[in-house]
Write a protein that binds this ligand. Structure first.
Ligand code: ZN
Length: 162
């Protein structure tokens, strides 16, 4: 896989690691899903737009339970994660018509997990040539606007997939 170069992720590296809390535990406890970019709450997992995306539409499916142990997830959790991930692909396909997807988990710091204590399943849409395109997007400093627009579009379509 060709690596995307996402300069706005520097903000993540320099800003989001200060507090001792866990962002995947803290955000669902709040009641500001729109501000927090939470697209959907299922029973065992939730779907959230990545604030520091590798690409437009980068979402994560996250269990509510604070765990880093993939092999200890219950069948219920696994089934729900998979079906929500499927829905994410479905929604992103409709909204952005990507050419492909990267999907997966980075388990542990050595594997590149940004938040290693609370596992999360990434769904990253890919377009032919996006490794050239995305740095340009990043430099426009447009990511926050893109995020809000992206949230609204995907939120709408997600509702329809019920
Ligand atoms: Zn957590």
């Amino acid at each position: 896989m060709k690596q995307l170069w996402a300069p706005w992720r520097m903000e993540f590296i320099t800003s989001d690691k200060k507090s001792g809390g866990c962002v995947f535990c803290d955000l669902p406890k709040e009641t500001q899903d729109k501000k927090n970019l939470i697209i959907h709450r299922a029973t065992k997992v939730f779907v959230i737009l990545n604030k520091f995306p590798y690409n437009l539409g980068h979402m994560m499916v996250v269990p509510f339970e604070h765990t880093h142990e993939f092999n200890k997830l219950s069948t219920e959790q696994l089934v729900e994660m998979t079906s929500e991930a499927q829905k994410v692909v479905d929604v992103l396909s409709e909204v952005y018509k990507p050419d492909g997807f990267n999907m997966g988990m980075n388990l542990g710091q050595a594997a590149g997990a940004g938040i290693k204590d609370h596992l999360h399943w990434h769904v990253v849409p890919r377009w032919n040539g996006d490794t050239n395109f995305m740095p340009v997007l990043g430099e426009t400093k447009g990511m926050p606007e893109h995020l809000q627009t992206c949230f609204e579009k995907c939120f709408e379509v997600y509702r329809r997939k019920k």
